[in-house]
Design a protein around this ligand. Sequence first.
Ligand code: ZN
Length: 93
Amino acid sequence: MHAGIRYTIIKNAYYCKRCAHTIESTHRRDYKECPCGAVGIDGGLDSGATLSGNPADMETRCVYMATVNGQVQYLDEHTLQISAHPPATPATQ
Ligand SMILES: [Zn+2]
């Protein structure tokens, strides 16, 4: 059952490859920019969160929460990309 899984973003953060800083926006009007100015984020955990800068300069550090069969699981972006192509989900009772 994959259809019932919903992901909720719990951390809106990005890493700037140019200055090696991670910035995090925690609420809607919380605009953050890295020290070198290459990457900026806004919007916190709202679905309308905005990102400014060159995608090549940044890496996501967002964290998502999913409730799977009543169990809360925390996932980072990398894990989400893996699970987008589920090879074999662990057998659940
Ligand atoms: Zn930077």
